[in-house]
Design a protein around this ligand. Structure first.
Ligand code: GAL
Length: 395
């Protein structure tokens, strides 16, 4: 499938881990369809690891666990489709999945066919227990070409955590997204760690093969499979805002059947989703920091990234209508670490000499700021908070 914006949906793993079943999946589909999430763009219902029996059948096919999924996977797929949604499943490039269920190694074509027969629209493909004799690019090529010949349009979502230089070869495989990080957990440390680490991989994100910063933990509130300390509302907002500024896939990981209003407000913020799903899909760039001129941005040059003020990354991204998304993320810890900096309009391509100004509208509060003398003064931003603006170029 040609999908030119990042996939949006919900995945079982963060909350339910091994403890998945038909009821959870069907009710989550109901909620996605009826609660307004679908209208905002969330469309995939994805079952992660632990859905199958431990053994294949006599024909070598994967079998859905009849206790967890008593009506089989075709039934689940049909139900999800009946809600106007799409259905995703999970397998692994290794002989086993990460939780030791059968993986697709040496069964790629038969599994792709099985998924197609069941009505699967999306396959998350993990990297545990992969054979060391076959490099990652060959393992992902196998499933990429198997899906392409399965008789059904199945979006290929690679999940090799960036290992073995995934960024170099992933676009060869037909994957529509690649997990550019290890696993997320529901804590500020985890979210912050991913943000800082992913700044380095920004330039590999692109239309048709998006970086996947892992599933969202917004609204997990320390519960569930990857629940840890939980995050504050501010931190969950920063998390969602960064994923959108970056242009990551957006897979909800909380229990959407019990989503509170604050979480819903965060993950359905139309302006943030509009930035994430921008049709032109330009790459984000750093809009603040002394290193913007004459720098070697090659990935090998770690100096650039370690010199960059990682505690407050300020990113900008050109949007398809001539506006500019600008996001600043105060990752510093400690209550006194407010950020009250300025952004030069020049850093987003609008020098003072052009006679133009920027008018910035905060995507969250609606507050408007206009640049003066080529400078945008950002209001104080508390530690762990963030601000995202849509900036118009005005006279
Ligand atoms: C990990 C993957 C997680 C989840 C888990 C299932 O490798 O990164 O997102 O799919 O496996 O066992």
């Amino acid at each position: 499938m040609v999908k030119t914006v990042p996939a949006m949906g919900w995945n079982t793993w963060n909350t339910f881990g091994r403890d998945i079943n038909e009821e959870v999946v069907l009710r989550s589909a109901d909620v996605m369809a009826a609660s307004g999430l679908k209208e905002k763009g969330y469309e995939y219902i994805v079952i992660d690891d632990c859905w199958s029996l431990r053994e294949r059948d006599k024909d070598g096919k994967l079998v859905a666990d009849p206790v967890k999924f008593p009506h089989g996977m075709k039934y689940v797929a049909d139900y999800v489709h009946s809600k106007g949604l799409k259905f995703g499943m999970y397998s692994c490039a290794g002989a086993l999945t990460c939780d030791c269920y059968p993986g697709s190694y040496e069964h790629e074509f038969v599994d792709a066919k099985t998924f197609a027969e069941w009505g699967v629209d999306y396959l998350k493909y993990d990297y545990c227990f992969h054979s060391t004799g076959n490099p990652g690019h060959l393992l992902y090529k196998r499933m990429g070409i198997a899906l392409a010949n399965s008789g059904r349009d199945i979006l290929f979502s690679a999940c090799s955590w960036g290992a073995d230089d995934t960024r170099v070869w992933i676009k060869e495989t037909g994957a529509n997204s690649w997990r550019s990080t290890g696993d997320v957990f529901d804590s500020w440390e985890s979210v912050k760690g991913i943000i800082q680490y992913q700044l380095k991989y920004m330039e590999f994100n692109g239309q048709g093969c998006f970086n996947d910063l892992d599933m969202l933990v917004c609204g997990m509130n320390a519960k569930g499979n990857v629940g840890r300390t939980g995050c504050t509302t501010e931190e969950y907002f920063t998390h969602f805002a960064f994923w959108c500024m970056y242009g990551s896939t957006l897979m909800l990981g909380n229990d959407i059947r019990e989503m509170d209003e604050i979480t819903k407000e965060i993950v359905t913020n139309e302006k943030l989703i509009r930035i994430d799903q921008d049709s032109k899909y330009c790459q984000p760039f750093f809009a603040w920091g002394k290193l913007e001129k004459n720098i070697d941005r090659s990935i090998k040059n770690d100096t650039f990234y370690s010199n960059y003020p990682l505690s407050v990354p300020v990113l900008a991204r050109y949007l398809d209508d001539g506006t500019i998304a600008i996001g600043l993320f105060n990752l510093s810890d400690g209550k006194s670490n407010k950020w009250n900096g300025t952004i030069l309009t020049e850093s987003v391509g609008v020098p003072e000499s052009s006679g133009k100004k920027l008018r910035l509208t905060d995507v969250h509060t609606g507050e408007v700021i206009t640049s003066a003398n080529g400078v945008v003064r950002i209001p104080d931003t508390e530690a762990h908070a963030s601000r995202v603006y849509i900036a118009e170029v005005i006279d």
